[in-house]
Design a protein around this ligand. Sequence first.
Ligand SMILES: C[S@@+](CC[C@H](N)C(=O)[O-])C[C@H]1O[C@@H](n2cnc3c(N)ncnc32)[C@H](O)[C@@H]1O
Length: 231
Amino acid sequence: MRRFVPDLAPARMSDDSKRSNTTGKSETPAAWTFFRQWLKNPRAMAALAPSSRQLARQMVAQLPAGAQRVIELGAGTGVFTRALLEHGIAQRELLVLELNAELYGLLREQFPQSQVVNGDACDLDKIVKTSGFDASSGIDAVVSGLGLLAMPRSLQKKILKAVFSVLGPESPLIQFTYGPISPVPRDLLNELGLSMRRAGIAWKNVPPATVYVYTRSRSTSVRAVRVGDAA
Ligand SMILES: C[S@@+](CC[C@H](N)C(=O)[O-])C[C@H]1O[C@@H](n2cnc3c(N)ncnc32)[C@H](O)[C@@H]1O
């Protein structure tokens, strides 16, 4: 039986996306650049068009109060990046990760003071260590635009392990999906000691998208503290 993977947005752009910017010097519309990358690698892109500003605002609204140091995964043409900066995250406090080389080049051009890295979310722990991004006082949140739903469980697991290896004990992973349920299955959440919360739906996004917030389960944090205390 074929698995239904709805993380592929239709070609039509939302009003918000139409308002979105061009991609730097070439003045190529961001949506066209995005679509061209989808033609090259639909599985990695996992959507036909960039997210809407409505979805970006809903993602950013889930940042913990006072969040300063943030990592963004799968930034694409920078819709969430711009929303993070508008929210007040300083460019130098933002590490932006993008696997696609062309999109990475555009992001570097647009966000020159941020730490933009051409790399794989699976390697996040190594990237944080080697990039010079100052993570000494903790990462407050990871905002992910990755198409997790379209990924096999093994890849999801690699990425989640890498993400939670850099996040502080209470810090969240903020993720969206076009699917009707969490893109990370319950059994994987249990295996990794994670909890999830559905945080809202961006109806104007095409297609509508749901925002999920993942954190370490309370019981896991308590266990971790007890082990530390005993040592
Ligand atoms: C669904 S698009 C989202 C783009 C943008 N955040 C948005 O919402 O418009 C997914 C993005 O993740 C990038 N990506 C896919 N796999 C990745 C990985 N393993 N590490 C880093 N980026 C990845 C893709 O190149 C693409 O730009």
